[in-house]
Ligand binder design. Structure first.
Ligand code: GAR
Length: 209
């Protein structure tokens, strides 16, 4: 029996979603998977310190050092495959992946996005900008979404969503913090477990055929 799915978490910045995954793993909430690798596309990402503190191996791969998107993705794919990664979790990873990359890992990449997709998503909607757009529009409810990653930015099948109320005096910063605490940090570990359990089932079925 294969006991655990090998998870890589891809990050670019602060890594609070990575921390939520690490905390969930410690609490036994991701029994079907294990975070074995963190990859940052930014050498200054604080997420790298979080990985180190948790004793998780990490790698830095930047588009600049690789000389473009294609060699960047080639190195990323090679690193993930060399580490036997089954599930890739994008947790604040600010780089859009090409179709050839997402096809190579079909149904093996998930992403957390800080809005209720299909609102405030797609190219150009990331980080604080998503919350600025929600406040500018005047919606009264927003939230977070975890979805599979395909060639369409934020366009893959939805796995989990959680709604968060917008308060009258919210700023992009207060809203971002509340969406993280009440939605992202809750549904990302849940989705990581659900998808890991599915991958395990598929792998185990494959083994017995
Ligand atoms: C999170 O809010 C995440 O949902 C968002 O960036 C933040 C990263 O924070 N991701 C996107 O906007 C992707 N489109 P973190 O580094 O503290 O997890």
């Amino acid at each position: 029996m294969l006991n655990r799915v090998r998870i890589a978490v891809l990050v670019s910045g602060g890594g609070t979603n990575l921390q939520a995954l690490i905390d969930a793993q410690r609490a036994g909430a991701i029994p079907s998977g294990e975070i074995v690798l963190v990859v940052a596309n930014n050498p200054n990402a604080y997420a790298l310190t979080r990985a180190e503190n948790a004793g998780i191996a990490s790698a830095v791969i930047t588009r600049k050092a690789c000389g473009g998107q294609e060699p960047f993705e080639a190195k990323l794919a090679e690193t993930l495959e060399r580490n036997g990664i089954d599930l890739i979790v994008l947790a604040g990873f600010m780089s859009i992946l090409s179709e050839s990359f997402t096809r190579r890992f079909e149904n093996r990449i998930i992403n957390v996005h800080p809005s209720l997709i299909p609102s405030f998503c797609g190219q150009g909607f990331y980080g604080l900008r998503v919350h600025e757009a929600a406040l500018d529009y005047g919606v009264k409810v927003t939230g977070a979404t975890v979805h599979y990653v395909n060639e369409i930015p934020d366009g893959g099948r939805i796995i989990l969503q959680k709604a968060v109320e917008i308060l009258p005096d919210d700023t992009p910063e207060t809203l971002q913090k509340r969406v993280m605490e009440l939605a992202e940090w809750v549904i990302l570990p849940q989705a990581a477990e659900t998808v890991s359990a599915n991958i395990l089932k598929i792998k185990e079925a494959g083994k017995t055929i």
